[in-house]
Ligand binder design. Structure first.
Ligand SMILES: Cc1cc2nc3c(=O)[nH]c(=O)nc-3n(C[C@H](O)[C@H](O)[C@H](O)COP(=O)(O)OP(=O)(O)OC[C@H]3O[C@@H](n4cnc5c(N)ncnc54)[C@H](O)[C@@H]3O)c2cc1C
Ligand code: FES
Ligand code: FES
Length: 468
């Protein structure tokens, strides 16, 4: 039996664990404040809060309920717009009303829930963060200026929080209702019980942000192997110079990981290019690899880092290189009963350079036309090893072995970069599609590779490369 708390009510249900949370909320619980816009994670109208106990603390994040299986809600606190109503308007609703930040109102519950999630985050509340919190919400009528003003005014309230616990502060300041104060205790009690129905299957599910877009009609009937909440697949840890990432770690986990923040100074820039806050909270690294999209951002980053995957079929484990995982379009070196347990890679040395670039039709919430990553190790002025990857330029995510080999032993000069680009062009095979023509993708990759060098070697006389 699946058990979780929905707003202030404990849900116990025998409904199929693959059923979508959005459908349970609207059609089983008749909570119709949560809206259905796209059912593909794009619009944010279905945003809910997901509260769970992590390291002894109750933490909230946002998720799109149109892509979340109820099996991934077990033992958690799910909050819809109805769950943050108080007598009269709450502080976020007041800010929206005052600024006229709602017109038809269809998107408004999603925006309000996203800002409620922002108010429960323990990081310092800044205006920039409030805007980030809403980057997965789309409004088709008001224009965004009034919404931004409402967010600004609301952030000023949060600015008075000082050291108080976010949940307590939010209750005291009429942002959320008082029942939130008892949720931690209730969840601890609930988690002492079995909250997940006994299901097992080879249809492995991470966050569902790919599977529920592709197969939302059939997923509820599948025998699902739920991986998202498996403790042994969580965590990002450093052992000497090696980083190990659990197969169910999310993009959001990477964004806040001290290891990644230390070794990848431009991490924030890369993460901002990946989907939206809600999707990043759900999207796992292993899901990104296994959906085998030729333009998966995490895949491209980890190809350049020469990541290794530990596959587990429940009885035996084997470790392979991510570079050898892709056998053809959507064909993997993975048996049906194998799941990715762990991803590991050698962390960049202090003198190494790493960079990731992506071009998409929209800057945010869009998959790439072409993306690319590079890792370069230097000995003095000479490249001692290089690893370049590229997405959107062939049927599989590409590790550019010829280009990478060419660079080794070379100095970073405009002539060598031009030669590298010629080699790279001969090892890619982009096709014309909705994301651009073949010629455009070829041009994009050359420009992205030039951008890698310009950003990685700011002191070298190569800064005019992009104009060449
Ligand atoms: C609105 C939106 C925006 C997006 N934007 C981006 C973007 O900017 N960049 C990008 O790269 N992607 C993007 N995506 C795609 C998607 O979010 C990512 O690919 C994500 O990482 C998939 O992870 P998941 O856990 O949700 O996968 P799921 O949907 O749960 O699973 C995807 C596949 O992986 C398999 N799988 C999951 N976990 C494991 C495991 N541990 N072992 C073996 N197999 C496993 C599943 O069986 C399935 O085949 C976007 C998706 C949406 C809906
Ligand atoms: S309905 Fe659009 S994101 Fe869920
Ligand atoms: S107010 Fe109509 S879509 Fe936002």
């Amino acid at each position: 039996m699946i058990k979780f708390i929905l707003n202030d009510v404990e849900i116990k249900t025998d409904l199929k664990p693959g059923m979508l949370l959005l459908d349970l909320i609207r059609y089983n619980q008749q909570l119709t404040g949560t809206k259905i816009g796209c059912r593909e994670g794009d619009c944010g109208a279905c945003t809910v809060l997901v509260g769970e106990i992590k390291n002894g603390h109750l933490e909230y994040s946002t998720a799109t309920s149109c892509l979340m299986a109820i099996g991934n809600a077990c033992g958690k606190h799910i909050v819809t717009i109805e769950g943050i109503n108080i007598d009269g308007l709450n502080a976020i609703q007041e800010a929206f009303a005052k600024e006229g930040a709602t017109q038809c109102g269809f998107c408004t519950p999603g925006f309000i829930v996203s800002l409620a999630g922002f108010s429960l985050d323990k990081s310092t509340p800044t205006y920039e963060r409030s805007i980030d919190a809403m980057n997965g919400n789309i409004c088709r009528c008001t224009g965004y200026k009034s919404i931004e003003r409402a967010a600004k005014n609301f952030t000023e309230i949060l600015g008075q929080r000082s050291t108080q616990e976010p949940v307590e502060f939010a209750v005291d300041n009429r942002i959320i209702p008082a029942y939130f104060l008892k949720i931690k205790e209730r969840l601890l009690k609930l988690n002492g019980q079995d909250t997940q129905s006994a299901t097992a299957g080879n249809k492995f599910l991470g966050g569902g942000t790919d599977l529920y877009v592709q197969q939302h009609d059939t997923m509820p009937g599948e025998a699902i192997g739920f991986l998202f909440d498996k403790t042994e697949l969580k965590g990002i840890n450093q052992y000497d110079d090696v980083c190990e990432i659990g197969g169910a770690a999310t993009v959001a986990d990477i964004a806040v990981s001290p290891v990644f923040q230390k070794y990848f100074p431009a991490l924030k820039e890369y993460i901002e290019l990946v989907s939206s806050t809600q999707i990043r909270n759900m999207a796992t690294v292993a899901g990104n690899f296994t959906n085998a999209s030729p333009i998966g951002d995490l895949t491209i980053i980890f190809l350049a880092l020469d990541a290794k995957l530990t596959l587990n079929d429940g009885a035996q484990k084997r470790t392979i290189s991510l570079r050898s995982f892709y056998k053809g379009y959507k064909q993997l070196d993975k048996k049906a009963d194998e799941f990715i347990e762990k991803i590991s890679f050698v962390l960049p040395a202090e003198t190494d350079r790493f960079n990731f670039e992506k071009v998409s039709k929209r800057t945010h919430l869009d998959i790439a036309s072409v993306n690319s990553a590079i890792k370069i190790s230097m000995e003095g002025n000479v490249v001692s090893s290089a690893s370049i990857s590229a997405g959107g330029v062939g049927p599989i995510p590409a590790w550019l072995s010829n280009g990478s080999a060419f660079l080794t032993g070379k100095e970073i000069t405009p002539e060598n970069i031009e030669e590298l680009l010629k080699i790279v062009q001969s090892e890619i095979s982009p096709i014309s599609d909705a994301r651009g023509s073949e010629a455009y993708k070829r041009l994009l990759l050359s420009q992205l590779i030039k951008a890698h060098f310009i950003k990685s070697f700011p002191a070298l006389p190569i800064q005019n490369l992009l104009h060449g």
